[in-house]
Design a protein. Structure first.
Ligand code: NI
Length: 171
């Protein structure tokens, strides 16, 4: 396993649309292992392959609390098949948008089809933080960041600060 560099906004690479994978290969499992290690190191609770420069439909998540055992989850080719009309609001952050958080409304419950780490088809019904995290990560596969759900004014303020911070870091 290896820790990979996380791409941060406003890098245009993050706007790319990820491609579904034909099958879960050993190479993809190596990528997912790297994603998980990179996510734990950051630390974060979710990471999509596009965030480390691989535009394929693969996501890792672990929303276990600090006092609980790690519970890594892997989602390949995730597809939301149903979403509740009821919305839930969470304060979201993103490893590609460091230092910023904002409230985002999303469907409170979803049903999801995906392939697991072993390439088996799975279907789950998710709610709570899990539903929000899965939707946040699936957005990454479509080139969407959580700040894209905010008003243009709020988004521009955050993007300007990110650009300024990255210029200062480069100096
Ligand atoms: Ni994110």
């Amino acid at each position: 396993m290896a820790i990979r560099q996380i791409i941060t906004a406003p890098d245009p690479f993050l706007k790319r649309v990820s491609k579904p994978v034909a099958e879960v290969t050993d190479d993809l499992r190596v990528l997912m292992d790297d994603l998980l290690e990179t996510m734990y190191d950051a630390p974060g609770i979710g990471l999509a392959a596009i965030q480390v420069g691989e535009p394929v439909e693969a996501i890792v998540l672990d929303i276990a609390r600090d006092e609980d055992d790690p519970y890594p989850r892997y989602f390949v080719n995730p597809e939301i098949t149903w979403a509740s009309e009821e919305l839930a609001t969470y304060e979201e952050g993103c490893l590609s948008v460091p230092e910023f958080t904002a409230d985002v409304d999303r469907p409170a419950e979803i049903k999801l089809n995906f392939l697991d780490y072993d390439g088996n088809k799975q279907e789950i019904h998710a709610d709570g933080l899990l539903a929000t995290c899965i939707q946040h990560e699936i957005d990454h596969l479509r080139g969407i960041l959580f700040i894209d759900h905010l008003s243009a004014v709020k988004r521009n303020i955050i993007v300007r600060k990110l650009v300024k911070a990255s210029k200062q870091a480069a100096e």
